[in-house]
Structure formats: structure tokens, C-alpha cells
Design a protein around this ligand. Structure first.
Ligand code: DGY
Length: 323
């Protein structure tokens, strides 16, 4: 039987690339250069499957093809707001993602950010590396205690739940949850969590707010100037979800004028471009989208794509089909 042809848009962990090469006629992106819209259009005419990732732009321009050969976009990553859903449906594409396997590591990064910003770890490291540290003193870089505080989680999917587990059972935090649908009371009970009705109702009650909702048009600027004003003046905002969920100009204003305590971001609107207004905010921690960046998670994401492809080409519905 002829093996399906597969294009991988970026470098993947070596173990996964090796397995892909055994099972498929695979073309790897050994140079790891992002593909332009025209190259994606060509790929859709050439390969049975295209394996994009979260930084590929699969909007109307890249998906503007007639006579596509590709039948499946097996995405490497859980988020798929970079894929134009309506256009993918028009082309009859199946789209899959890679949930679950990165939830723990992404929750770990959310906790890392929460601790870093509250304990001023970024500021401390910058000071030390610049040779500006004059030694221990009782008033130096005083931060905020995390243990026992109230954490608001916006979006209570798998990653949000992993954050609740760490924050409640590890740090004794009180958990408030905002979620589009009603959360099973048994699930809330695991973390002694309370679901509130709206983002507006959640924000004023929290010492920390962590975002775990999907990106895309529906949640663009969910956290805007008005909502930042609802936060306590010493509260911290954490984002490991998608950059567009926060209005970064409004956030920069809130940080500059100290209307919130600080923020910590792993994701950015239009990344890898960083809004210049954010760069000099001292009460801001920034990481370069590291949520799933562990060997374990990145390999598991790749093998999850392989599972989805295997199911698809065997005529079964892939377990992670999202479109
Ligand atoms: C995802 O999978 O959506 C993350 O942002 C990258 O791991």
C-alpha cells in the first residue's frame, strides 16, 4: 500500500520525526523556517496531510486553494485558533489537535509565572546580572505572598484544572472559576472551588487571575481596560492561554500606572513581536511561549499527532478531531 504523503511545517522532536518517517512519505522542514501563505497553499495541493503548529497562520489567505489534495490538518498543539474554521470546513478538511499531554507542563508554567511575578524574581535576576545587587537588606525587593491567596481561573478546561490542583493542594489557595458552561460540582469539589457567573464578577475578588480560555475572535481582548480596572490594585494577571485575550495597550497602562500589582505573560498578541509598551514594565514577567516546552510534553504532542493521523488514514474518527 502506498504510504500517505505528509508535510511537517516546523522541526519536531527527533523521536517523533523518526516515527513519522517510518509510517509516511514524510517531508520535514529541516531548516525550521516558518512557511509563507503561498507555501502552505502549495502544500495543500501536494500532500495528503499537512502537520502545522500553533505559529503557522492558516487563515483565509493560506487556505485559499481550489482542488486541495490535503484531507487532514493534524495540528501539533492544543490551540487551533490559527486555523480559519469556516475555510477549513469549506475545503472538507479534518482538523485535529493535541490536548491533555501538555496540560501539566502548561500549568507548571502558569505557577512559575505566578511565583515569579509575586516574588519579583524577574526584577531580582535583572538586578543581579546587571551587577546592581548591593546585598541582603530587610526592605529589598519585597514581594507578595502567594500561599493562601485567592486565585481566579478563567476557563476551566484541562489546563485550568491542573492549575487549580497545584494552587489549591500545593499552595492552599482559594479557587474561583469562571467558565462558559456549568462545571460539574464534583469537579469543583476536588479543589474546593466556587464557580462565579461572569468574568466581571470574578475579577474584583481575586489576588491572582490566570487565563486558560481559548484564543481567537470570540475572546479577543476579553481582558480590556474596563476589566483591568475591576481587578484589585495589588492583584496579578497571568496569561498562558493566547496573547489576543489581553488588550496589551490597556495592560501596559495598568502596569505603568500601577492600577494592578503586576502581570506575567507566556503568550503575546502577534508573537514573536512584543508590544514596545510592555518591554520596560518592571512589574511584568515575560517568557517566550514556553508552556509546553518540556521534552516529555513536546514528544507526547508529536505522538498524539501520530495517533490522530493513524486513525484518520485507517478510516476511524481521530480522537482529537476538532473540525
Ligand atoms: C498550544 O499547544 O496551543 C500551546 O500554545 C503550545 O504548546
Amino acid at each position: 500500500m502506498v504510504k500517505p504523503s505528509v508535510l511537517v511545517t516546523r522541526r519536531w522532536p527527533a523521536a517523533v520525526e523518526a516515527r513519522l518517517a517510518e509510517d509516511y512519505n514524510v517531508v520535514l522542514n529541516t531548516g525550521d523556517k516558518p512557511l509563507a501563505a503561498g507555501e502552505i497553499r502549495d502544500a495543500l495541493k501536494t500532500y495528503d496531510a499537512v502537520l502545522p503548529t500553533v505559529t503557522d497562520r492558516l487563515g483565509p489567505e493560506a487556505l485559499d486553494v481550489s482542488g486541495a489534495r490535503t484531507r487532514i490538518l493534524a495540528n501539533y498543539g492544543v490551540g487551533y485558533s490559527h486555523i480559519d474554521e469556516a475555510r477549513a470546513r469549506d475545503l472538507g478538511l479534518t482538523v485535529t489537535n493535541t490536548p491533555d499531554v501538555l496540560s501539566e507542563c502548561t500549568a507548571d508554567i502558569a505557577m512559575t509565572l505566578m511565583l515569579m511575578v509575586a516574588r519579583r524574581a524577574g526584577e531580582g535576576e535583572r538586578e543581579l546580572r546587571a551587577g546592581r545587587w548591593s546585598g541582603w537588606r530587610p526592605t529589598h525587593l519585597i514581594g507578595t505572598k502567594v500561599s493562601g491567596k485567592t486565585l481566579g481561573i478563567i476557563g476551566f478546561g484541562r489546563i485550568g484544572q491542573e492549575v487549580a490542583k497545584r494552587a489549591h493542594h500545593g499552595f492552599g489557595m482559594k479557587i474561583l472559576v469562571q467558565n462558559r458552561s456549568r462545571v460539574d460540582p464534583a469537579l469543583l469539589a476536588r479543589y474546593d472551588a466556587v464557580q462565579v457567573d461572569s468574568v466581571d464578577a470574578l475579577l474584583p475578588q481575586c489576588d491572582f487571575v490566570s487565563l486558560h480560555c481559548p484564543g481567537g475572535a470570540a475572546n479577543r481582548h476579553l481582558i480590556n481596560g474596563r476589566r483591568l480596572d475591576l481587578m484589585k490594585p495589588d492583584a496579578y494577571l497571568i496569561n498562558t492561554a493566547r496573547g489576543e485575550v489581553i488588550d496589551e495597550q490597556a495592560l501596559a497602562r495598568a502596569l505603568w500606572f500601577d492600577t494592578i500589582g503586576g502581570a506575567a505573560l507566556d503568550v503575546f498578541d502577534g508573537e514573536p513581536h512584543i508590544s514596545p509598551e510592555l518591554i520596560d514594565c518592571d512589574n511584568l514577567v515575560m517568557l517566550p511561549h514556553l508552556g509546553s516546552a518540556t521534552r516529555e510534553a513536546r514528544e507526547a504532542m508529536g505522538f498524539r499527532v501520530l495517533d490522530n493521523l493513524g486513525d484518520f488514514f485507517a478510516g476511524r474518527t481521530p480522537r482529537d478531531r476538532v473540525i
